[in-house]
Design a protein around this ligand. Structure first.
Ligand code: 13P
Length: 252
């Protein structure tokens, strides 16, 4: 059975505090009638508190884009999961390809972050995905398996619902090139099988697997229609309230 879709806006390093609040004020009325989709916004750290306040106790959740794995300590410039909970986050994006690519985040760090988020009661949105070169060399499944097993090593899940996985092919991020729904579904199905192998099939059935990489209002419905695609992680098209609302309302 299809799960309730989950659509997440990843604003990356965009928007000041007032721009974030303006977005929320415009966006909420646009999606007030949507009841069968879960939504989260991931603003930059500086705007988390203001966005939490602007969202209020409604149905749109708050997510962070990254975190450190320790609760506190001498880690200049870092933000802990305790601080994210305190700021109102329910979710945290972990292992985004931009963090792996530009900030040297490796599998050890990603795995510590996933464990720490779960321990602190945050739902990790664990990102995996291959580069163009890896796809061309036929290494997509190998790379995704290595990233997923590396990140989830030693993790014990309760229901499976406390984990979200995002498949984001690096070649589709910010390029306007989307994986076709069939290409994405193939990898999502593979990820579901891996999760079943690690955690059992009941748990794997409860984990939502999002697709990310040039999701737009025009392609959202066909992607979300695939059996193992349970939602989207949206970058560029989530920056405007109108465009992100159209994605949230992909059912029309
Ligand atoms: P785009 O939607 O801009 O391709 O970004 C995808 C992404 O990286 C979301 O995390």
């Amino acid at each position: 059975m299809k799960k309730r879709p989950f659509i997440v806006a990843n604003w990356k390093m965009n928007k000041t505090i007032s721009e974030c609040v303006d977005f929320v004020e415009e966006f909420l009325p646009l999606v007030s009638m949507v009841e069968d989709v879960d939504v989260a916004l991931a603003p930059p750290f500086t705007s988390l508190t203001a966005v939490a306040r602007a969202l209020g106790p409604g149905r749109v959740s708050l997510a962070a884009q990254n975190m450190h794995w320790e609760e506190s300590g001498a880690f200049t410039g870092e933000i802990s999961p305790v601080m994210l909970r305190d700021a109102g986050c329910g979710y945290v994006i972990i292992g985004h390809s931009e963090r792996r690519q530009y900030f040297g985040e490796g599998e050890g760090e990603v795995s510590r972050k996933v464990a720490s988020a779960l321990r602190e009661g945050l739902v990790p949105i664990l990102c995996v995905g291959e580069t163009l070169g890896e796809r061309e060399y036929g290494k997509t499944f190998e790379v995704v398996e290595r990233q997923l097993r590396g990140a989830l090593d030693g993790i014990v899940l309760e229901s499976g619902a406390e984990l979200v996985v995002a498949y984001e092919p690096v070649w589709a991020i910010g390029t306007g090139k989307t994986a076709t729904p069939e290409e994405a579904q193939e990898v999502h199905h593979f990820i579901r099988g891996l999760l079943a192998n690690i955690f059992g099939s009941e748990s794997a059935g409860n984990t939502r697997i999002l697709y990310g990489g040039s999701v737009k209002p025009d392609n959202a419905a066909s992607l979300m229609g695939m059996a193992d695609i349970d939602g989207g992680l949206v970058g560029g098209a989530s920056l405007q309230p109108e465009s992100f609302a159209r994605i949230v309302k992909f059912r029309g």
